[in-house]
Design a protein around this ligand. Structure first.
Ligand code: 5AD
Ligand code: SF4
Length: 463
């Protein structure tokens, strides 16, 4: 266990002054985040830090004086997209004198990526990893002052920085990280290497941010961590994830709480009892199983069996009537046989997930699975994926249809597919579309569920 230091972000006067001096008019920044919610939330803090030192924000890279890609490294495809998007900026850099191009996030925490940027992308000026958001003012100051590239080597800091300024994307849905990093080393996954060891925020700091969100009118607060169920490890206070949930639920107000991601090896019966007892917790559990074969779960280093997983599901169904489940599944892990895959299909059918996030295995340099023999042809893997999606579609459609007839409370959070409709999400994470005035956006509405189009519910405002 690393010994952690908790520090508070401080405004960087010198950087703000340099930014002011370097431009005739206030400069603009374009920040694009790829990947998971954790990264999106990091992107919101990056924007907050940039605004703090005098940048405005813009939606188009062409308008920007600073372009930052906040990257994801979980799958190869995501990395290729980033390299493609960075490459496409070469022309813009040549045209626009003084344009700063930066890359941060998970890819920047891999040595070979930083090396590739150093060698082959000379127009990338700024590189820093996931632990470097609070140092961004310093890095920009360095770049503006010395006119040299600032490429930070990947490093993990045993530090949690509180009070980093933030520019949230929504006024009613907020991400709230409760911990960073991951200690699990699932053999396919790059996250523990790029995001480093697990670090929990102090309950008091989380509670303070949570209260400020509720006071600001946020309705949906999603707690984030790679493995929220191991929250609390290494803290002075004896507090686990259920204790934290109970603490947050004491905050008065009209809101609900979601959380992700739960690891089945650490998801506890106590957690399920907490969901059952606390009406502010959504009746939905994202519980990534990855695959349905015990043999492969060992190869993946997941530390649970299918039997244990199903016990959790059964207990949750008994204790929390109406609860829904979602999961992540990897198809084509090295050595996956047709028999292993059949077991995944069986499990998917047994559980009856409302939603499934499915991925074809992507080899990540530096992980254990990257050295495992992987003889299955790509075509066979994509074929398995198609079969899995078909099974899941049928399950989800039946489950969604079974909801019709109820009247439910939803948070109105966006526009529907038809122009005059809005979309909202039920407590159980399903989406419903209904005709309503856009003034309802960001508030709760009662909706009668009248039908379904594939896996989206259709409804009518009921009051
Ligand atoms: N290949 C494919 N999918 C992966 N995931 C993580 N690493 C990989 C990989 N190398 C998936 C897992 C995880 C989700 C966030 O991404 O299913 O739960
Ligand atoms: Fe990756 Fe496993 Fe950690 Fe999730 S729990 S981030 S899959 S190593």
């Amino acid at each position: 266990m690393v010994s952690l230091e908790y520090i508070a972000f401080e405004h960087n006067n010198a950087a703000a002054e340099l930014v002011k001096l370097a431009y005739d008019t206030p400069p603009l920044a374009f920040v694009h985040s790829y990947g998971c919610q954790q990264n999106v939330n990091d992107g919101e803090r990056i924007k907050g830090v940039l605004v703090d030192i005098g940048y405005g924000l813009c939606d188009k890279p062409e308008d920007a004086d600073l372009i930052l890609f906040n990257t994801c490294a979980v799958r190869e495809h995501a990395e290729q997209r980033v390299f493609g998007n960075v490459g496409a900026l070469k022309g813009l850099k040549e045209k626009k004198h003084g344009l700063i191009i930066g890359l941060c996030g998970c890819m920047a925490n891999q040595k070979h990526v930083v090396e590739k940027l150093r060698q082959s992308y000379p127009y990338v000026d700024l590189v820093f990893g996931v632990d470097g958001i609070d140092t961004l003012p310093q890095l920009i100051a360095q770049k503006l002052h010395k006119h040299k590239r600032v490429l930070m080597e990947p490093a993990q800091r045993p530090v949690i920085v509180e009070n980093i300024p933030i520019r949230r994307e929504s006024e009613f849905r907020a991400w709230l990280p409760i911990m960073y990093g991951c200690d699990n080393f699932c053999t396919y996954c790059i996250v523990p290497y790029v995001r480093g060891r697990e670090k929990s925020r102090k309950p008091g700091d989380i509670l303070a941010e949570f209260k400020s969100l509720v006071e600001a009118g946020y309705k949906e607060i999603t707690l984030l961590g790679q493995n929220v169920n191991s929250y609390g490890k290494g803290l002075e206070e004896q507090v686990d994830f259920s204790d934290l949930l109970n603490l947050l639920c004491t905050v008065p107000g009209d809101y609900h709480i979601r959380f992700m991601t739960s690891h089945p090896k650490d998801a506890s019966f106590k957690l399920i009892d907490t969901i059952a007892a606390q009406p502010k917790l959504c009746k939905h559990l994202h519980l990534p199983v990855q695959c349905g074969s015990d043999r492969l779960l060992v190869q993946m280093n997941r530390h649970y069996t299918v039997e244990h997983y199903l016990e959790l599901i059964e207990y949750a169904r008994k204790k929390v009537p109406g609860i829904t489940f979602s999961s992540d599944i990897i198809v084509g892990f090295p050595g996956e046989t047709e028999e292993d895959f059949q077991k995944t299909l069986e499990l998917v059918q047994k559980v009856g997930y409302m939603q499934l996030f499915t991925f074809i295995y992507s080899k990540r340099t530096g992980t254990k699975a990257a050295d495992m023999p992987d003889p299955t042809p790509r075509k066979e893997k994509t074929d398995r994926m198609t079969r899995l999606l078909k099974v899941q579609d049928d399950i989800a459609m039946a489950l969604v249809k079974a909801q019709v007839g109820q009247t439910v409370r939803v948070l109105v959070e966006g526009y529907g597919r038809n122009e005059d409709t809005l979309s909202g999400r039920l407590d159980n994470n399903l989406t419903v579309e209904f005709k309503a005035d856009s003034a309802l956006m960001g508030s709760y509405a009662m909706v009668r569920l009248t039908g379904a189009r594939a896996t989206v519910l259709l409804g009518e405002l009921s009051e």
